[in-house]
Design a protein around this ligand. Structure first.
Ligand code: FUB
Length: 393
């Protein structure tokens, strides 16, 4: 299927999508696409008036041609808005650590200011098909001494019966850092370390445990994720420039974690993603280059690094022989979803592989009000992944 025929039309980075207007029509039953059931309570903390404000912004637009398409999967939970799902199995049980989206009444911009999340909830699933149950608030912004705002995509790890929540947030100087918080139970409550992880920066932490028990922290995101401000090696507030289109793209970052999982055991290094000729992907190669949402999994001894291409809206993957890379680009694994962002995790459970992802079905297409979903993922005998379309037709 030609992805261009169903790519949602969007206006600026993280800005309000055209689909929001479509959402109004869907909720009125005007289209055939599945709409949130009327019996569901409105998500907590998101006043209807605030949602309507957003819908007016795109109200003048006409629905795109793909508005009548049916979604492949249902939201895992409808009582709150969730995004950026990091799924784990602890003690044989499935948990999801998502972002908790809220309507903060902040206008969308290219830095993602409207993503003004203030806490994390943990979800539990009784089966991979869902639904998910909300286990409550695991960590709040007010409990993190160094953080000022914007609790973005988290991840979690477990070691020796302790649970570790990794999360990005802006510090008092509006610099994104990555923090860690520790709990005795998967659902928290988590207690945050007083300072962010030394040497961390940018967004979207993802923790990978290798077979030898070592843990690696991947992170980074361009544009609102501020990775470009660090390209000189130190933070430059006004340096928003990406490399020239013919230059190598900015790389995601990785470092091995120390044994207590609360600090970096080594200097951060670039995760280099190369093309089939071994050349680093270029900044102008927007359908393949890294944007945000790092994730690493291993399948049959091969390391798969997957990520979002951001402004082209794909989840793509690259493979390598080490958790450090380099990784060779292999292809797309998730086509664009409803909403601007695309963010995922991949997990084996009960002998099958699953992709956890999000879209904005529940809010009718409001990019900053998303919902997590799950679908099965297939590795083929040659190691490639069968690309997933979030729509049925
Ligand atoms: O949820 C806020 C941001 O949107 C995440 O950090 C990105 O990965 C994107 O999903």
């Amino acid at each position: 299927m030609d992805s261009l025929t169903h790519r949602p039309r969007r206006f600026g980075f993280f800005s309000f999508p055209l689909h929001a207007a479509v959402g109004c029509a869907l909720l009125c039953g005007a289209c055939t696409r599945k709409a949130p059931t009327g019996a569901d309570p409105p998500p907590t903390g998101e006043p209807q008036a605030e949602q309507a404000k957003g819908q007016e912004a795109a109200g003048a637009e006409k629905p795109p041609a793909d508005a009548a398409r049916r979604f492949r999967n249902e939201p895992l939970i409808k009582s709150l808005y969730t995004a950026d799902p990091s799924a784990h199995v602890w003690g044989g049980r499935l948990y999801v650590y998502p972002s908790h989206d809220v309507e903060a009444g902040i206008a969308g911009d290219d830095l993602g200011s409207q993503f003004a999340m203030r806490d994390y909830h943990v979800l539990a699933l009784d089966s991979a098909a869902g639904p998910a149950r909300d286990l409550g608030v695991a960590l709040e912004l007010s409990q993190v001494p160094w953080a000022k705002k914007q609790m973005w995509a988290p991840d979690a790890a477990e070691k020796d019966g302790k649970y570790y929540l990794y999360f990005p947030a802006k510090d008092r100087e509006d610099v994104f850092r990555i923090g860690v918080a520790v709990a005795d139970r998967p659902e928290g409550p988590f207690k945050a370390d007083p300072e962010p992880i030394h040497g961390s920066f940018s967004i979207d932490p993802a923790v990978f445990r290798d077979r030898d028990g070592s843990h690696y922290l991947y992170f980074g995101g361009i544009w609102g994720g501020q990775l470009q401000r660090w390209k000189s090696g130190s933070y430059r507030k006004d340096d928003e420039a990406q490399p020239a289109p013919s230059e190598p793209a900015l790389s995601p970052q990785v470092a091995r974690l120390s044994g207590d999982l609360r600090s970096l055991a080594e200097p951060v290094r670039d995760v280099v993603i190369v093309d089939e000729a071994g050349k680093p992907l270029l900044s102008g190669d927007k359908e393949r280059r890294f944007f945000e949402a790092s994730f690493l999994h291993v399948y049959e001894g091969t390391y798969y690094f997957s990520y979002s291409t951001g402004d082209t809206h794909f989840i793509v993957y690259a493979t390598g022989k080490s958790p450090y890379g380099p990784f060779t680009y292999r292809g797309r694994l998730l086509e664009p979803v409803l909403g601007w962002t695309n963010h995922h995790s991949i997990l084996e459970y009960g002998g099958k592989w699953y992709l956890f992802y999000h879209d904005a079905e529940l809010s009718g297409g409001q990019t900053h009000l998303r919902n997590v979903k799950v679908t099965e993922l297939q590795h083929q005998p040659d190691g490639s992944i069968v690309p997933i379309d979030a729509y049925l037709d």
